[in-house]
Design a protein around this ligand. Structure first.
Ligand code: PMV
Length: 314
């Protein structure tokens, strides 16, 4: 059996975060500039069932059966072997590399799971369908992210823009005219669960207001999908600004996010907002391609610890 590798991109939420938890639509797109990769090589010496895992980004070098059973990598490998109905696989080595920033709302965990499911199944001669890869990744996400909506695994598995309504609709859709997004990281690490819980307690205290806030975000996501599909991406800018106002009302913006958003707008962005859980993490800006690099520079000057320019719809 030759060495096999598989990759999966990162992702970013364009519209509808938080409201998606309350049944409203959200839109996320793949970020192909960064990726996770799983490489499998046969191990002709060790006994059947032995899997050696080497993941330098998380400083892991261990036999799979020495990892806790709920470790995300064990879960991804074991769920894949289960789906293939393999009880004792021929020994192999699994190396995982990733250029996706960790814990930054860019879907690094889901991308690692997708690349593992694809590489392990291809190595055994039975590449799993996207549908099963998506299911396996969602199972791993559930163990590690409380109550994930399922948007990360879907956008990363299909590597396509996704229109997502929790427990209801998961549609990939086409981008008529490609457009550029600049992603800026505040460097402030906040768990998604903390941000989701913060919104939950405010929602409980004032359901009427939040009903309208979530509904407005849902309409924005619907409108955004129409604009992307009909080739009018430049009109997404004002929708980003509007979505940001609602997110600030939800209480998930932060001084660092506001500083980066203002810097992007001053540098010519057509619109900007936080992306993902908020309270820190990433913001995104819609950029005329000629200005992308200037906007990225302005974000760095305003304190961004990392920037990524990504083209949606190639
Ligand atoms: O921070 P991210 O990119 O993992 O996104 C979280 C998005 C939320 O809507 C806040 C939560 C969710 O599960 O959809």
């Amino acid at each position: 059996m030759p060495a096999i590798s598989a990759t999966a991109p990162g992702k970013i939420i364009l519209f509808g975060e938080h409201a998606v938890v309350y049944g409203k639509p959200a839109i996320a797109v793949p970020v192909t500039q960064v990726q996770a990769k799983a490489i499998i090589t046969p191990d002709l010496i060790s006994p059947r069932g032995s899997v050696q895992v080497d993941a330098p980004v998380i400083e892991l070098d261990s036999l799979l059966n020495k990892l806790p059973l709920d470790h995300a990598i064990s879960q991804a490998v074991n769920l894949t072997l289960e789906a293939l109905k393999i009880t004792e696989a021929p020994a192999f080595k699994l190396r995982i590399t990733s250029t996706i920033p960790l814990a930054a709302g860019l879907g690094s965990g889901a991308a690692v799971s997708v690349s593992i499911a694809r590489a392990v199944s291809s190595f055994h001669g039975h590449p799993l369908s996207d549908e099963i890869v998506n299911q396996i990744t969602f199972e791993v996400e559930k163990i590690h992210h409380n109550t994930p909506s399922g948007i990360d695994n879907t956008v990363i598995t299909y590597a396509m823009p996704v229109y997502f309504v929790k427990e209801n609709t998961q549609e990939t859709f086409n981008v008529k005219e490609p457009f550029e997004i600049v992603i800026g990281d505040t460097g402030v690490k906040v768990s998604t669960a903390r941000a989701v819980n913060a919104v939950k307690s405010r929602w409980r205290a004032d359901r009427d207001t939040f009903y309208h806030v979530f509904a407005a975000c849902g309409l924005i996501a619907d409108k955004a999908r129409q604009l992307i599909e009909s080739g009018l991406p430049q009109e997404l800018g004002p929708l980003m600004d509007e979505n940001q106002e609602w997110l600030a009302k939800m209480g998930v913006s932060s001084p660092e996010l506001e500083r980066l958003i203002a810097a992007a707008r001053e540098a010519g962005a057509l619109g900007a907002k936080l992306s993902g859980g908020g309270l820190g993490g990433n913001m995104i800006a819609l950029a005329d391609p000629e200005l992308s690099e200037d906007i990225a520079l302005a974000l760095k000057e305003a304190g961004a610890t990392n920037t990524i320019v990504t083209r949606v719809g190639n």
